[in-house]
Design a protein around this ligand. Structure first.
Ligand code: FAQ
Length: 309
């Protein structure tokens, strides 16, 4: 069984929910897809913080649409995780107890309007680089969710970059605000790709099963190469003294990531971890009547369909 499973993976066949799969493959997918779903949903908070204070009606409408899209991404991903035999309640419970993680970046505060630009530009760029590769992941429902998500993330990235560009074309104070946002979000955005390849606990097996198609460092390098060019184009300075174009490699060299900070944040001790989780727990409790009403409606609809048959 195990050998024929790997043969299917090697032949680039998609694994579907009813197919046999090793238990560890199933658990790895539940871990990764649910963390991804939690990231989309928790990621609504730093941007949502600015919906009531967007500088114009147009910016507000765009930001509202983006934040709603992120909720939709969470929905597709939870649905994909559920095809692996775990319930939505268990997934949320794992988030609330800390058994399941979400992207470290969402534990940083959004202090100014420029942060909305930086999140859209940097965080969505980093997400896209990773997610484009995940469109070819071996598990069918995850791969298909990625196709739709990538299309929407492209619009998100453009809106973030457009905010940064507009600020950089503004007055001195606005340019300083954009630079300050880049200074604070740059290093956390590099951490989104996870530990270096040699330190990544899950990469080797996930690459063999083609759950992950490219390594953490490989994706991070692509992101740096793109983002540095985009920063230069609008007059921003990337906050890394070690950043330099390496002619031989055809890539930018960049400085060391503060892995102690990364560890601190993923263990729950970042600047906003408690606030993010508390907000989710509260919203989930407040939404109980909606879930109950939906379940009631669904039950009634099914029994009507059953009676008619
Ligand atoms: N944050 O062995 P690896 C978005 C954990 S979507 C927190 O390398 P793996 C859209 C990792 O879980 C952003 N934890 O792990 C948006 C593991 O711990 P565990 C989310 C991290 O899974 C934009 C341990 O470290 N995208 O932003 C992080 O092979 C704007 C060892 O690491 C995805 O989730 C981190 N950054 O590789 C929404 C993409 N990095 O589980 C709103 C899918 C590592 O054993 C606004 N996920 N860890 O307890 C992946 O590609 C992978 O899971 C990685 C990590 C690359 C994140």
């Amino acid at each position: 069984m195990t050998r024929s499973f790997q043969t299917r993976i090697d032949a680039e066949q998609k694994i579907e929910p009813k197919d046999w799969m090793p238990e560890k493959y199933r658990q790895t997918l539940i871990r990764q897809i649910s963390q991804h779903a939690h990231s989309e949903v928790i990621g609504e908070q730093p941007e949502g913080n600015w919906i009531t204070r967007a500088p114009s009606l147009e910016r507000k409408a765009i930001l509202l649409a983006k934040v709603q899209d992120e909720a939709g991404h969470g929905l597709y991903l939870y649905a994909a995780a559920e095809t692996l035999g775990i319930t939505r309640e268990e997934l949320i419970d794992r988030l609330h107890t800390g058994a399941s993680k979400y992207a470290s970046i969402f534990n940083y505060p959004s202090l100014t309007w420029a942060d909305v630009g930086a999140i859209g530009w940097l965080v969505d760029s980093a997400a896209i680089v990773n997610q484009v590769s995940l469109q070819n992941t071996s598990y069918g429902p995850y791969a298909r969710a990625m196709v739709r998500i990538c299309k929407e993330e492209s619009f998100h990235q453009r809106q973030g970059y457009n905010i940064m560009m507009t600020l950089m074309q503004g007055n001195e104070q606005q340019r300083a605000m954009a630079q300050d946002a880049l200074d604070r979000w740059w290093w956390p955005s590099l951490m989104m790709f996870g530990p270096h390849d040699g330190e990544s606990a899950h990469s080797a097996q996930s690459m063999k099963w083609k759950i992950k198609r490219r390594s953490n460092d490989d994706l991070r390098q692509q992101y740096v190469d793109q983002a540095v060019q985009q920063a230069l184009a609008i007059g921003l300075k990337v906050p890394d003294p070690a950043l330099a174009w390496n002619e031989e490699r055809g890539h930018y060299d960049f400085g060391d990531i503060d892995w102690e900070e990364f560890e601190r944040v993923i263990k729950g001790n970042g600047p906003c971890n408690r606030q993010r989780l508390a907000h989710h727990v509260e919203a989930h409790a407040e939404g109980v009547w909606v879930r109950e009403a939906m379940a009631c409606y669904d039950k009634k609809r099914r029994s009507r369909r059953h009676d008619a048959a």
